[in-house]
Design a binder for this molecule. Structure first.
Ligand SMILES: [Zn+2]
Length: 235
């Protein structure tokens, strides 16, 4: 301390105060490196937290929307079939001769000669259940006692959507808040999914995988763009 600091107390006063336990220093409150570092880390955690929250919300909303949509769609379809089946049941009981003729006509279309067709129609019409099953199969194209279950269809749709939505979300759930990890995982899942579907439907596996990747990529790009326009900032 060669020169006296004009802003501080005089040397004598200062020395006395220091001996009495005067502490002159203060912590840096003006900013420096600590504040941006801490806030940056918190911001990173918060945005990863936001991605997880948004992602989980989107997953749950999407899965339930898909599941209930599928449930309602299958239920409506089944109710339509059931109403047509009950109409057919009424016609069978009110106009048995006309319905038996109709049935003979179907058998003739399958190549039976008129006599055989008439005998087959008579045999089938003897049992109301068999007659109803044959008529609805011919006229509606469905087996009314083998209709798809809305609960199974809805649950399958819900679970499938959740599995798909978990892929891009997974890195964030385990704490790796880096977008490209998510994108790479999603790309791999899209190619794999497309390839599996291609294999099941007998199309070229690689082309099917790449097509899925292109369509999925387009969907992601559109989603990102819309999010960017609405939210004003990217992920
Ligand atoms: Zn009929």
């Amino acid at each position: 301390m060669a020169q006296e600091d004009p802003r501080g107390p005089s040397q004598a006063t200062g020395a006395a105060a220091l001996q009495a336990g005067w502490y002159h220093g203060h912590r840096d409150v003006s900013g420096g490196w600590l504040r941006p570092a801490v806030f940056g880390a918190v911001d990173g955690l918060v945005s990863a937290h936001t991605v997880v929250l948004t992602g989980v919300a989107a997953l749950v909303a999407g899965a339930f929307s898909m599941g209930t949509g599928e449930y309602i769609s299958v239920t409506n379809q089944n109710e339509l079939v059931q109403s047509e089946v009950s109409l057919e049941r009424q016609m069978l009981s009110r106009f048995p001769a006309a319905e038996q003729d109709e049935l003979a006509g179907y058998f003739r279309q399958y190549g039976a000669d008129p006599d055989t067709a008439a005998r087959m129609a008579a045999a089938a019409s003897a049992d109301p259940d068999t007659a109803l099953r044959l008529h609805t199969r011919e006229e509606l194209g469905v087996d009314y006692d083998e209709l798809p279950s809305p609960v199974v269809a809805g649950t399958a749709s819900l679970l499938a959507f959740s599995c798909g939505a978990l892929v891009p979300l997974f890195p964030y759930l385990v704490g790796a808040s880096v977008l490209w990890v998510s994108l790479v995982l999603t790309a791999v899942a899209l190619v794999t999914g497309g390839g599996v579907v291609g294999r099941l439907t007998g199309r070229p596996v690689i082309r099917a995988g790449l097509r899925q990747l292109a369509l999925g990529g387009l969907a992601i790009a559109v989603t990102y763009l819309v999010g960017h326009l609405i939210g004003g900032h990217g992920a």
